[in-house]
Design a protein around this ligand. Structure first.
Ligand SMILES: [Zn+2]
Length: 101
C-alpha cells in the first residue's frame, strides 16, 4: 500500500525470481523445494518474502539481501502472525458523527 518504489520493486522481484527459479530454491519458511514458479495465486506459488518485515523496515523493501523465497501460503501465514492495527475501522464505528478536530 505505502510502497513508494513500485517500479524498482517489481524489477528486483523479477530478477530475484529469475535467479532462484533455475536453482529451485526451497521455501525459507517451511524448507520444501516445491515452489510453483510459474503460477500465481496458488498455495505453492512463488512469493517474495522479506526477512525483515517491510512494515518495520520500509527501507529494506528493495534490498535484495532482505529477500527470501517462500510459498504464497507460508508467506501469508507468517504475515498473519503480526496483527494489523484496526484503528480506522473501530473509529468509524465508534465515532460515526464526530469529525476529527
Ligand atoms: Zn513453504
Amino acid at each position: 500500500m505505502a510502497r513508494t518504489n513500485g517500479q524498482l520493486y517489481k524489477r528486483l522481484r523479477r530478477e530475484f525470481k529469475d535467479e532462484h527459479q533455475p536453482l529451485n530454491t526451497p521455501c525459507w519458511i517451511c524448507g520444501q523445494p516445491t515452489i510453483e514458479w510459474d503460477t500465481h495465486g496458488q498455495d505453492n506459488s512463488f512469493e517474495l518474502d522479506h526477512y525483515h518485515s517491510v512494515s518495520e523496515h520500509p527501507e529494506l523493501e528493495t534490498d535484495p539481501s532482505n529477500f527470501r523465497v517462500s510459498h504464497r501460503t507460508c508467506n501469508n501465514q507468517r504475515s498473519n502472525k503480526a496483527p494489523r492495527l484496526g484503528l480506522g475501522t473501530l473509529s468509524q464505528t465508534y465515532y460515526p458523527q464526530q469529525p476529527n478536530t
